[in-house]
Design a protein around this ligand. Structure first.
Ligand SMILES: *[C@@H]1O[C@H](CO)[C@@H](O)[C@H](O)[C@H]1NC(C)=O
Length: 186
């Protein structure tokens, strides 16, 4: 009995000292997938089992805002639409920021009307700048239920990426590009 108590106590001490009893929410999500959309833009993500959430990490070679948009329709054509996730790290304020937006992709530059969603459905988990990289992590539901968001579904999706030299999210981007990303295998 005494032995068992001592052992239990030891186990507890070991668990506490290695942080094994920390709440799951305090633990950093391991990024299970990675795709380089451009030498200046690396996308990582993990679909969090059992929650319907996805955590997305953007590592972008820029000092300002960066973002992705899930795109529908033919970009550059009328009616095309982008569900935008953007964010960055403001060095002056030493603070991360994120914005849930959408845009008509006929002319996909924020200067042409990057509108805020009525409902913000993204959560900024972390943001930092490690020269030359801005690295942000965003948590979102695969399907937010917001009609202004595009659900993340199995199979390849069209994703545009953007980087900017400024933290002013209403000003135009620097470089941008287009890629296909399979967040969830079919
Ligand atoms: C980041 O971008 C700058 C400016 O375009 C470039 O000179 C540099 O090589 C890039 N760094 C990395 C690690 O890609």
């Amino acid at each position: 009995m005494k032995y068992a108590q001592t052992l239990g106590c030891m186990v507890a001490v070991i668990l506490l000292s290695c942080g094994c009893l920390a709440k799951p929410s305090n633990r950093e999500t391991v990024m299970e997938n990675e795709k380089e959309l451009d030498p200046a833009f690396i996308l990582r993500w993990t679909v969090i089992e059992g929650t319907g959430d996805i955590e997305i990490e953007i590592q972008a070679n820029c000092t300002g805002w960066t973002g992705i948009s899930f795109a529908e329709g033919q970009i550059g054509q009328p009616g095309s639409y982008g569900d935008v996730i953007m964010g960055g790290f403001n060095d002056e304020l030493q603070m991360g920021y994120s914005e849930d937006r959408h845009i008509a992709l006929e002319n996909p530059d924020p200067a042409n009307g990057h509108l805020f969603d009525d409902s913000n459905d993204i959560l900024l988990k972390s943001a930092r700048y490690e020269e030359p990289w801005t690295i942000i992590r965003i948590l979102r539901s695969l399907n937010t239920g917001d009609s202004q968001d595009i659900p993340i579904v199995p199979g390849p999706m069209t994703v545009s990426w953007t980087i900017s030299p400024t933290d002013d999210t209403s000003s135009g981007h620097g470089s941008a590009g287009l890629s296909r990303v399979t967040f969830i295998p079919l």
